[in-house]
Design a protein around this ligand. Sequence first.
Ligand code: GAL
Length: 675
Amino acid sequence: MTLFFGADYYPEQWPQSRWETDAKLMKEAGFNVVRLAEFAWSRLEPSDGCFDFSWLDQAVDLLTEQGLKVVLGTPSASVPPWLFHAHPDMAIVDEDGTTRTYGSRRDASPAHPAYCHYAVRIARHMAGHYAQHPHVIGWQVDNEFGDRCYSEASRRAFQVWLKNKYGTLENLNATWGSVFWSHLYTSWEHIPVPRKTTHAKHNPGLHYDYYCFQSELYTEFQQAQLEALREQVGFEHLITHNLMGFSYGNLDYFKLAAPLDFVSWDNYPSAFWREAVTANPAHIALGHSAMWGLKQQNFWVMEQQSGASGWHVMSPSPQPGQISLWAYQAIAHGADGIVFFRWRSYPKGAEQNWHGILDHHGQPGRRYHEVKKMGEQLGRLGPGIAGSLPEHQVAILHSYESRFSFQIQPDSPQFSYEAHVAAYYSALHRKNIPTALVSAPSDLTSYKLVLAPALRLVSEETVQHLGAYVRQGGVLVVTPRSGSRTMTNAIVETPLPGLLAELCGVTVEEYDALPSSMTRRLKFVGSESVVNSSLWSDVLAPTTAQILAVYDEGYVAGKPAITCNSVGQGRVIYIGAMGDGSFVQTIVDYVLSTVQVKPALKIPETPSVEVTERWQGEQQLIFVLNHGAESVTLPLEGSYLDLVSEEHLENHLTLDPYGVRILTQPPVAGLETRK
Ligand code: GAL
């Protein structure tokens, strides 16, 4: 197997006379792959039905002469002017009814039949043209699906979708509770899309269905292209889509990823819209863990940051060492492909300020030399790493259904599902416990600990599945709002946590959304330790569970806040409160003290240092990554070989600023045995 290493390249943006220089520089950097063409529709089909692949053929040939493999993007993320002009009603319409103007990308609605038709047509032509090319190895369908649309085409498609889902209007009205505010529908054509209303929000049943529908629309849009590609290339080429990590929550990525051969995503640790200088290692890792969990399978980073990011303003440039640190971090979490965005910064267009490996002038500089150094290292290490598997001991149940529901009603003005999940992930990450984000129906048997943070929409099947996991010895942690809604986004009519109540051995006697100024102290039973909660309080009434902590102030003083229920061989811990990072860390530290999980390497906890592991058969590869600008020296138990520097390490381990080590020991039977 090969570890893929390369860049996103846009030959259409440069004179042909430059292509060979680029190809040679790429080869010298140790690249073995390029992604091409995902925004080249107007060059590939300059007018309706006139296809021109000649320039791309030449670019592909020049690149492949240098030994590079090619991943081609289907170009549907950006429609050419002639197409939009012919069908202006394909425009995306916002929630407030504004029709977006052509001129950026993602301009067209996936509900529009003409857009779908033309997107599939060019995908089929491209695939037919390149099916036999020996160096084309894969396809990326479109790029970064997203943006909900509220257009006329979407409204019509939504009504058809609802008809298929509910069969009758009686059923739909009953499920949504349309009788509320007199919305009993008597015709499918009367059903609106949830654009801005005069007052409050739309019916949460309708709103939730719309979000599910929009998500499915993109999945179907992808499927149509996928089938066109498969017709031409069969399973000879691998097919993916470029996703947007954990931070994008408008598409059910589990469903989007299901038909793909592998997941790829774009990783911009210091994107200009974030706190750029302090790219947070746990947040970057969260993206990788979420993308790994979509198929519980290794992934690619199809766009890995390689320079300052920017549109109208810029992020700081990655510090020396940071580009390769972030790329190694991706590998540490299960990436088998690193493709840098972008090869060269383009002096024109909307992303003039987005920097690639080369600056606008095209001369190799600091960033090129850093990438080249990594290329040299991977030339040596890649074959040993490729295909090795990350090992996650803990899983977090990631639910797009719950995410959609919270987008409509977060319940507490301070609550964010993303932040809640991220807080639990970060607390585990701080302890270097490898954690995957998986869907509730996934096979959980290999995980020693499973967390269900705010798993709001819960089905009978999920309860059965989680029950089986716990009875066989699993430990499940459940947090507030879990089980509070049906799968159609209605509030359950039984005491919370609804369908999970029996498994948790507890009911919620009452709950309280706390104002931002308020905290509520909790006290652990049988100990003096206390911790401040905030944001939310569930006051618990145990049925079969034991009390682990009680509230220690206010009118709820003495009432249970955290409980633990023994079920079969396992346990369910219900955390009835929420809180800031230190609250979550306290909870996670407590839970970890009761389960058999451990980091891959025993070193003192150091905020900038991340440890994770991959296994190549019986051989453990321990990635130790310094996210800090200072070098770090840590005591080390045992002796290791660092594959990056080829040094033998004993007693202590020194990491350079943004330094990376990959430690291994010769496999010794019985010493490190896999689960
Ligand atoms: C990604 C996108 C790229 C490029 C990059 C920088 O999200 O896929 O095409 O736009 O961001 O903005």
